[in-house]
Design a binder for this molecule. Structure first.
Ligand SMILES: [Zn+2]
Ligand SMILES: [Zn+2]
Length: 322
């Protein structure tokens, strides 16, 4: 389907491709469009499209997968070896007036879900995938390390899952304050004198019992150590963040506690769930949208995102009628 793009959020990865030109093995070799947190209005249909009609307000899952490999067939399409993914080189993004996407990865938004919220389904999806991977459920204690956009989205999803206590850590007090306003029951400002092992115990006490699950969103070695020391015996640690290409684990503690360490890559089958949850008022993502720019102001928008001034920076791609 052809989509008249409305809102595109800027992700940390977009900024990284712009400034560093690469994330690991994904290297920008030629000009590409950025933007994968996207929503718009359907303007044209391909000949066999049945699930959408012209004029539908939609949000897009950035994947387009092969649909026939073992992973696609078993419902793990994020593992597809033959996939297209918006704004991941060499694949181009959706930050444009118009974009064409596969209809089965495009989802209709109910009237009460805005285009901004539709674009935020993407970062929320990272949080939902991690919560699913580690098995967050009602009454759990959840530790989230890192209060950037992904940590905050994980917080919103863990809350919607019915987590009883959610503690979030960061090195930035302002971010923690913001996390509290989104529903974190506890926050901890990590200082340079903190030791992961001691802090692990302290966080357990703070939360009234150690976390059943920890979701690591910072990519810092300190947080990986903290996750292992803090998490309850037989608990699970989901790893989303990656900073240095190698980090180490306190192996004896990991083994002795029988921790499940789970890598969390993007997401799979999350759009329908999150659109329902936003529409039902169970997840309120609006507060994380801190800045709005027009597509003509894209450079300024990227400068703002790079500066870390806001949480989620949105770009309005619609043509304004005078
Ligand atoms: Zn993103
Ligand atoms: Zn596949």
């Amino acid at each position: 389907v052809q989509i008249s793009m409305q809102k595109v959020g800027i992700c940390g990865s977009d900024v990284k491709y712009w400034t560093a030109g690469a994330i690991g093995d994904f290297i920008v070799k030629g000009p590409i469009l950025l933007g994968h947190e996207a929503s718009g209005i359907v303007t044209k249909l391909g000949p066999n499209v049945k699930n959408l009609k012209v004029g539908d307000r939609v949000a897009m899952d950035p994947h387009i997968t092969c649909r026939s490999c073992e992973f696609c067939k078993s419902g793990r399409y994020n593992m597809c070896p033959d996939l297209f993914f918006l704004a991941t080189p060499p694949d181009s993004g959706a930050l444009a007036r118009f974009h064409v996407h596969a209809a089965d990865f495009v989802f209709k938004l109910p009237d009460n879900v805005s285009f901004e919220e539709g674009a935020c389904v993407e970062p929320l999806s990272v949080g939902l995938n991690a919560c699913r991977r580690v098995g967050v459920t009602m009454g759990n204690h959840v530790l989230i390390t890192g209060a950037g956009p992904i940590g905050l989205c994980s917080l919103l999803v863990a809350k919607a899952y019915g987590a009883a206590a959610i503690c979030i850590t960061d090195i930035d007090a302002k971010r923690l304050e913001f996390a509290k306003s989104l529903g974190a029951t506890h926050t901890y400002l990590i200082g340079k004198d903190d030791k992961p092992e001691e802090l692990g115990h302290k966080i357990g006490q703070l939360m009234g019992g150690p976390p059943h699950q920890t979701i690591e969103c910072s990519g810092a070695q300190f947080s990986v150590d903290l996750a292992v020391y803090a998490t309850r015996h037989a608990g699970a640690v989901g790893i989303i963040g990656h900073g240095p290409p190698r980090v180490s684990f306190p192996i004896v503690t990991t083994v002795a506690k029988e921790l499940d360490i789970k890598g969390c890559f993007r997401y799979v089958n999350t759009w329908p769930t999150l659109i329902e949850m936003i529409s039902a008022g169970q997840i309120n993502v609006k507060p994380i949208i801190t800045h709005n720019f027009t597509i003509e102001e894209t450079l300024q928008a990227f400068e703002t995102a790079k500066s870390g001034a806001g949480i989620k920076v949105m770009i309005d791609c619609a043509k304004k009628m005078a």
